[in-house]
Design a protein around this ligand. Structure first.
Ligand code: A2P
Length: 288
């Protein structure tokens, strides 16, 4: 039997001191780690053979917590993370913030290739094509690590089959926090394998619209403000957003999600769900 099939919470590994210690439940192995800034990193892990997901969905991942001082027992410390890799990839990628006193990310930021993490193989989420009605233009609105599900969707052929244009907005505090999204988009537009899989013409549908709010960059300001005052439309040479042609996916902090929902509703878009596809969908990015 392959190792991953017998790695359950019940598995007991005999120890030399005769005290049985459970192995890590749902363990996956880290294959690579990249630190983008002192606040952001991405990593890849092995993919459970049985895991099927739709690009844009999330899973619970984490590490074992510290032993309880009284009982010595350890509990898994899990958080919802969007899968940043596409559904066809043989590994899984994640994009994370580092919070110095965050229960999980204070530890997770130190993982190295070969280490194990816990991954519950139950993908869910609303940032999926099934939750949107057909349209012409797809807007992907992200702040911070909210770009993660879009890193998955941008590598998914269906994204381009369904739309004529794919506009990706990413708002961050400082310019370096755009490195992950910028390099990912450049990479997929220049990668031979992506050309074959998705098509050069399809990849040319991507319009990247990065903005910063605290450090000088070519485009400053919150995307919500730039939509409301029409800057985005003037920059991109389009009339505006409307319910006939435009579809949106939103992933960011709670405050961002709330504010952009108001902006999109103001344009006449309605929120959809897996069971009730409409004009836009929203999910909270993991922020700490
Ligand atoms: P700002 O610098 O003006 O707060 P964070 O790192 O705190 O998650 O923020 C990521 C980006 O999201 C920042 O550029 C931040 O802008 C922006 N942001 C935060 N809240 C909102 C909001 N309610 N509407 C639009 N953008 C927001």
């Amino acid at each position: 039997m392959p190792v991953d099939e017998i790695m359950t919470e019940q598995t007991i590994v005999p120890q030399t001191d005769a005290k049985p210690v459970p192995t890590l439940p749902d363990a996956q192995t880290v294959t690579s780690v990249k630190h983008w800034t002192d606040r952001l990193f991405s990593f890849r892990v092995s993919r459970p053979a049985s895991l099927r997901f739709r690009s844009g969905e999330f899973v619970m991942i984490g590490l074992m917590g510290d032993p309880d001082p009284k009982t010595g027992k350890q509990k898994p410390l899990l958080r919802a993370y969007s899968i940043a890799s596409p559904s066809w990839d043989e590994e899984l990628e994640f994009y994370s913030i580092k919070v110095q006193d965050g229960p999980l990310t204070s530890k997770l930021q130190h993982i190295q290739p070969g280490d194990q993490i816990i991954l519950r193989p139950k993908p869910v989420g609303t940032l999926v094509h099934d939750a949107l009605l057909p349209g012409k233009r797809l807007w992907l609105f992200a702040t911070g690590t909210g770009f993660a599900p879009f890193a998955s969707l941008l590598r998914e052929p269906e994204t381009y089959e369904n739309f004529e244009q794919v506009i990706v907005t990413h708002t961050v505090r400082d310019a370096a926090e755009l490195d992950y999204s910028r390099s990912l988009i450049e990479e997929i537009q220049n990668d031979e394998m992506m050309h074959e899989l998705i098509g050069k013409d399809n990849l040319a549908k991507i319009v990247y619209y990065p903005t910063t709010t605290r450090e000088q960059s070519p485009k400053m300001g919150r995307i919500t403000t730039l939509l409301e005052d029409g800057t985005v439309f003037a920059d991109l040479g389009i009339d505006g957003i409307n319910a006939e042609t435009d579809r949106g996916m939103v992933c960011g902090s709670l405050g961002f999600n709330k504010d952009i929902k108001e902006v999109l509703e103001g344009f006449g878009l309605e929120e959809g769900a897996n069971s009730d596809p409409k004009h836009y969908v929203v999910e909270k990015a993991f922020v700490g």
